[in-house]
Design a protein around this ligand. Sequence first.
Ligand code: UN1
Length: 494
Amino acid sequence: MVKTYLNYINGKWTRSSSRKTLNNINPATGEIVCKCQAGNAKDVDFAVKAARDKFKKWKSFPPPMRGEILFKAARILEERKEKLAKLLTKENGKNLEEARGEVQEAIDITKYIAGEGRRLLGETTTSELPDKFAMFVREPIGVVGMITPWNFPIGIPAWKIPPALVAGNTIVFKPSSDAPALGIELVKVLEEAGIPKGVLNLVTGSGSSAGEAITRHKGIDHLSFTGSTDVGTHIYVEGAKKLSSVELEMGGKNPEIVLADANLDLAVDGAVWGAFGTAGQRCTATSRIIVEKSVLKKFTAKFLKRVKNIKVGNGLKKGVLTGPVINAGQMTKILGYIDRGEKEGAKLLIGGKRMTGKEHKKGFFIAPTVFADVKPGMTIAQEEIFGPVVCIMEAKNFDDAVRIANSVNYGLSWSIYTRDVNKALKAMRLAESGLVYINAPTIGAEVHLPFGGVKGTGSGGREAGTEAIKEFTEIKSVFIDYSGRLQRAQIDIK
Ligand code: UN1
């Protein structure tokens, strides 16, 4: 029996008014993992109403107590880690070890943010007038609309939901219809931990129906989105039309630079994991390996040897590094980029095809693909591929490598392998990105540090870490005059 998940609106698990469901397909086997509601604008409207109704009450609930609920949720997630990880592998395809890591990421951020209940710090400052006190405090924004992607089906919702809740917002949340189960399971955990009715609402469904309704709804004060640049840009425009704030986390075209003095084996380890972990479906995935000319041949040979041995398959099987890509549409898109790379003159060293053997034919598997002789102007060197494809590029020297690394519209993650401390620190400053790794791969951010990017990657803010709360709070500046007389700022100063 295939499980059918319901929407969660105003504390009730309900069917969509569309009376339709969507299938959640296992990308490794083609089997149906579960069904979820095909939510529509009507469902979103109910959810927004519930969230609006409950906002004032939730806002006045003491933040440390909001945090306590999150601590409890983290404990429940810990108990369910293995079960959730297995479900994650089934709906998303990433291997079980990575799925466990992702559930752990959700646990970590929930714990970290729970502690914010006892902080939510504002600042006190001075006044230019005597007997006057000045400070600012943080307040929730209101109703937050959240739209999250399939590549981190619990990790990314956990970056957004706990901070928004601890800050006192109410939520309408839509996980990706390509992998909704983990987002729904997270909502269940939060319900069990004691989040009051109507504070957290869930509507599943397609981007064009439920997603669009969230984006355009006038009762939503802030939109938080992680996903593709195209959809993010659309949300930005729609948010601007109703003057709601928007936070976007979008694509990357992340470089790993390998300098001549690098530990090449370490650089190879980083490149294999960065490019082919999660089948390259991370916004932080290594997409370009920029190698200093004198070690290019040696690096390429070592790298290829490793890529040849990558085990591709169902992520539940031991030893599999690279799982399937998420669906047929993505597979076609990735194969299209591979085709384009060959046409534009890049040299295909390995992979480049859909895998159709017995173990792979029912799923969406692409063989780990490596291009060499890639030039900065080529499409595959500029656009996000979001699959198991990596480009090797030659750099004349350090400066050339940095120039190539920065020559894209994205700016999320950046990695450099070198043993020269001066070059490492110079690179850290020159990187046009939100994350920099020295002697480590482009993937694998930790939750207590801010996460996000510059240029075309995002709209400027950051998630996680000390920045997480900022996205979900407004600032109120407060002046308290205890002089007992009218004091005019800028005028009555002595
Ligand atoms: C993403 O791909 O959208 O740093 C997020 C990493 C992970 C998160 C990736 N912790 O690779």
